[in-house]
Design a protein around this ligand. Structure first.
Ligand code: UGA
Ligand code: MN
Length: 296
């Protein structure tokens, strides 16, 4: 019955029908077709591993909100957030979950020596244990099948990052450096470049540091942390020497790669959030409506 019907359909109609079918087929399958021809280019981008220590304070959520919303615009970004606390907090946990970022959430409490000061052995530096824990995690991750090549960037939670800095650091072979705005008592602290190489530094705060560069002014090829398993931060060095401490394991000044247009552009600022002053409710004449249940 079917065959018989087919035979009597005029050839023209059959051709037209087939044409419509083919057109519809191509139209329907276009997106999948395109995907196969031009795969998501981010698959070929080096991963940026951002390492951020953070601690509980009134402006923490504001700072982390601002930072996480910058990071949402960065492709192939993996955020390693380490809380300076004995246990993970709901505030940070929820913020990370809601961000949709790829992240790893860790915690370790800083064990600050009693009566420590910045004199002599400046062991008061923030983030030492947290960043070391992140580096340990990263080494394990890089050795695992999920580990992808990329760069490591140490990011304070209150700095300001232009998206351009993330494009710059994906070019890194070993260690990339760039200027940092508003740091070390300067408008801009920066490496000086001669013939495409770092020849010195414009720095006035402890200019005798082996690498007078702020934490925000460099990123390191992640595989170097496998090549140098002993590379880590230390409580034994004086204040301001953490950057030099980590860099000494992995690079020499001659090997530094100047980025951000030969270190002539500022794409990161060492901003610091002012400590908010809150009026004690006890000092108020009129009692306030309780607000302790509200996360700020
Ligand atoms: C400067 C440097 O830019 C930091 O990289 C360096 O860690 C810090 O000094 C230091 O050695 O103390 P600064 O703005 O003075 O930065 O320091 P913070 O922004 O207060 O702290 C740096 C990072 O460590 C932040 O992400 C902060 O959340 C975290 N932090 C700070 C802790 O995890 N625990 C603390 O007790 C304090
Ligand atoms: Mn800071």
């Amino acid at each position: 019955m079917h065959l018989f019907n087919l035979k009597i359909i005029k050839k023209q109609y059959l051709a037209l029908g087939m044409l419509v079918f083919v057109v519809l087929f191509l139209f329907n399958s276009k997106p999948a077709f395109q995907c196969q021809l031009t795969p998501d280019s981010s698959a070929y981008l080096p991963t940026i591993y951002g390492i951020t220590p953070t601690y509980a304070r009134l402006a923490q959520k504001a700072d982390l909100t601002r930072l996480s919303q910058t990071l949402m615009l960065v492709k192939n970004f993996h955020w390693i957030v380490i809380e300076d606390s004995a246990s993970k907090t709901k505030l940070v946990e929820n913020l990370l979950k809601e961000s949709n970022l790829k992240y790893t959430h860790l915690n370790v409490k800083t064990d600050k020596p009693k009566g420590s000061s910045n004199h002599g052995n400046g062991s008061t530096a923030s983030g030492v244990e947290q960043r070391n824990m992140a580096l340990d995690w990263l080494r394990g991750h890089l050795r695992s099948p999920e580990g992808t090549p990329g760069v490591v960037f140490f990011m304070d939670d209150d700095n300001t990052y232009a998206l351009k800095i993330f494009d710059e650091m994906r070019k890194i072979k070993r260690v990339g450096v760039w200027p940092v705005g508003i740091v070390g008592g300067m408008r801009v602290e920066m490496p000086l470049v001669t013939d495409g190489k770092v020849s010195g530094y414009n720095a006035v705060w402890k200019p005798y540091r082996p690498f007078p560069i702020d934490m925000a002014g460099f990123a390191i090829n992640a595989t170097l942390f496998l090549d140098f398993p002993e590379a880590k931060f230390s409580r034994k060095v004086q204040s301001g020497f953490q950057e030099s401490e980590i860099l000494k394991y992995v690079v020499t000044q001659q090997e530094l790669e100047p980025l951000a247009e030969n270190c002539t552009k500022v794409y990161v600022w060492h901003t610091r959030t002012q400590k908010p002053s809150i009026i004690s409710p006890k000092k108020l004449k009129k009692p306030l409506v309780p607000d302790n249940h509200i996360e700020v």
